[in-house]
Design a protein around this ligand. Structure first.
Ligand code: KIV
Ligand code: ZN
Length: 385
């Protein structure tokens, strides 16, 4: 079984979500929970971006012992020096240097020729290598870059000392097939590629970040980057909880696993939602409030007989106590009886039938039938002569 390293960037790319601003205390609280979750690498921030971020990264680097801490830097000496100051006290300091390689970014954003980009990348990696033994280099907008230019620049940054090569789908443009093929192409054409770990970093603009990350794993990637709840720039990053649970549930297919403690997922998701103020949609895979809720009678009946009829993930796997049979207009007698028993009502079959009819009539008038409504209906029937 192949081990996949999890690189969590909730505190850096995740914090780049519009409207999110975490202070140093909140960042440290999240970092401690990410450590409990078991992430291998944590990108704590972008030290050169502000004094506040520098201090937050420094405090995380000094407190966290069981995950490797990294910080983002542009390909220049100032960013690298500041990152070193913030990270030097960590257990295993790492730096993450990025530089765009796509024609669009090089022409309009960087205003540099490909040769100039190549030179800056090599110079930055060599400079960082004087201090950091772990140097990750990212080809920003890799999925829209010329593949032969990638081959050239990757070969040279590896020679300069890079230990991890990340090929981000920065704007969420790739399809799973294309993204997987990009890694295959690089593996086939960069002779020194086996000296480094290949990493995937996906954004969700077209809703394909999880699928793209999994395609990357199928094509030799050993590090996956993402955030909890998929928060991040624009439509967000790949949701790490989805990837980790997909690998676990479909071990038969992927033959790969992460080192995450999956039963810490729900708690981590809730903490991050609370501190960032970003609400998790009810139907979000794995961590949404409805992920283990069953409403229709047919599904409820199936789940009461054998949970695996409609649940491929057990709630306990991610740290949720139990599934939830929601009583609504599609619910059936079995779930209703079960709920009545949970509420302490043992009615005769006739009274139970009457109560069920009243409940069904109520579901046509009310969107949400609450426990109080059920209690009222059941008490009414129980006391009826
Ligand atoms: O999406 C991206 O390209 C990034 C880089 C900084 C790695 O976040
Ligand atoms: Zn990103």
């Amino acid at each position: 079984m192949q081990k996949i390293n999890i690189f969590d960037t909730t505190l850096r790319d995740g914090e780049q979500s519009a409207g999110v601003n975490l202070n140093a205390i909140e960042k440290l609280e999240i970092a401690k929970q990410l450590e409990r979750l078991g992430v291998d690498i944590m990108e704590a921030g972008f030290p050169a971006s502000s004094q506040g971020d520098f201090l937050a990264v420094q405090s995380i680097a000094r407190s966290i012992r069981n995950s490797s801490i990294t910080g983002l830097a542009r390909a220049n000496k100032r960013d690298i020096d500041i990152a070193w100051d913030a990270l030097k006290d960590s257990e295993e300091p790492r730096i993450h240097i990025f530089l765009a390689t796509s024609p669009i970014h090089m022409t309009y954003k960087l205003r540099k020729t490909p040769d100039e980009v190549l030179e800056s990348a090599v110079e930055a990696v060599k400079y960082a290598k004087q201090r950091f033994s772990h140097v990750q280099w990212s080809a920003e907008d890799a999925s829209r870059s010329d593949k032969w230019f990638l081959v050239k620049i990757i070969s040279e940054v590896i020679q300069a000392g890079a230990t991890v090569i990340n090929l981000p789908d920065t704007v969420g443009y790739s399809t799973p097939k294309e993204y997987g093929e990009l890694f295959s192409f690089i593996r086939e054409n960069v002779p020194s590629i086996d000296k480094v770990i290949l990493s995937a970093h996906c954004h969700d603009d077209l809703g394909m970040a999880t699928a793209n990350s999994l395609a990357a794993i199928e094509n030799g990637v050993r590090q996956i980057e993402g955030t909890i709840n998929g928060i991040g720039e624009r439509a967000g990053n790949a949701a790490l909880e989805e990837i980790a649970v997909a690998l676990h549930i479909r071990q038969d297919y992927y033959q790969a696993k992460t080192g995450l403690k999956l039963d810490e997922i729900k708690h981590t998701s809730q903490l991050i939602s609370k501190l960032t103020g970003m609400v998790v949609p009810g139907n979000k895979a794995v961590v949404g409030a409805n992920a283990f809720a069953h409403e229709s009678g047919i599904h409820q009946d199936g789940v009461l007989k054998e949970a695996s009829t409609y649940e491929i993930i057990t709630p306990e796997l991610i740290g949720v106590a139990s599934n939830n049979l929601v009583l609504g207009k599609h619910s059936g007698r079995h779930a209703f009886k079960q709920k009545a028993l949970e509420l302490g009502f043992e009615l005769t079959p006739e009274k139970l039938k009457d109560a069920f009819d009243s409940f069904k009539a109520l579901t046509d008038r009310k969107k949400e039938v609450t426990e109080d409504d059920l209690f009222a209906i059941l008490t009414d029937k129980q006391t009826e002569q």
